[in-house]
Design a binder for this molecule. Sequence first.
Ligand code: SIN
Ligand code: CO
Length: 384
Amino acid sequence: MIAPLTHLGDMPIEEFLRDYWQKKPLLIRNAFPGFESPITPDELAGLALEEEVESRIVLENGKTPWELRNGPFDEDTFANLPEKHWTLLVQAVDQYVPEVNQLLDYFRFIPNWRLDDIMISYAPDGGGVGPHFDYYDVFLLQGLGKRRWKIGQRCDSSSPRVPNTRLNILSEFHTSDEWVLEAGDMLYIPPGIAHWGTAEGEDCMTYSIGFRAPSHSDILSEAGQEIALNITNDLRYTDPNPKPQANPGEISAETIAQLQQIIQQHLTAENIAYWFGKYMTERKYLEHTDEEPLEIDADDWQSALAEGQLLWRHPAARLAFHSDDKGTFLFADGEAINCSRPLAELLCAHSEITWTQLKPLIEDPFDVAALSQLINQETLLVDE
Ligand code: SIN
Ligand code: CO
């Protein structure tokens, strides 16, 4: 696995995290010196023809201003696009192109479970998605050609938008900085900061390395749903201090305090960790497969590894772990699996594992069972 970046340009990561991450934009000239896009514009367009790939086209002057079209597309779509002022966006290219997947490793100075995916955009001259803001941190790495980036004001859900478009285009933009990025340059944008990128000249490709940040609304509803699954129906509301009340309609402060206590009693660190690990490691796209589930037993994978095959992390797999005084949960693609902490650490820090690395760690039958589950659910792959 490629080691995570220790510096962004000349700036140590510690300084970046302290002064810029989630606070202010940062331009990093030559973040990846000599960067060459591992995917060509034609290959990107090819991905947008595939059924399972999420892709979009934005036309600045389409049937409506800032028209948004959703893929998959066909060859005709591309043949009929105007010469300028449109862009193609392809989501999660890291899952389809191994060299793009490897780029993710540079960004693992932020935890695995915060990293989302790499979206790649292609635009001819003048193309872009317009002035907008995102709710997520993003690194915008220029992959090919040139893009002019403007940085604007801080925004939130009440910021005025252009009407009649499915995109959240800001109707006001106050430029505070402006730069032209070339291949290998990178721009960091924190959540809520307006930005506006426009291709300059032909063949502009921009890589967006995006992060996950659940909304408070998601945290509450998703955690509540998961935790509720494990609460017996026998536990019910009880009246805290029954006595006659002046009006039968009143809900007393005591009742509310009792409800607060009920809610808090279930929001233990253990329950939250169990939910959060599963939730943050859910894959971006669920595979719909009609294939029979795998049934590889422990002897099979152990002998394959002993013969020199490697244990690979599936390109779409998401892994994280959490330890408390009861033990360690490894979270893998939305599942919680008990295993030893050293095994969880090894699997989370490496995308490719040899038998020599693994053998000393799997004395425990729990760990062998954990690995069998990971292989059968295709979080890990055994291959040359
Ligand atoms: C782009 O690559 O054109 C858009 C990326 C972004 O602004 O988030
Ligand atoms: Co954006």
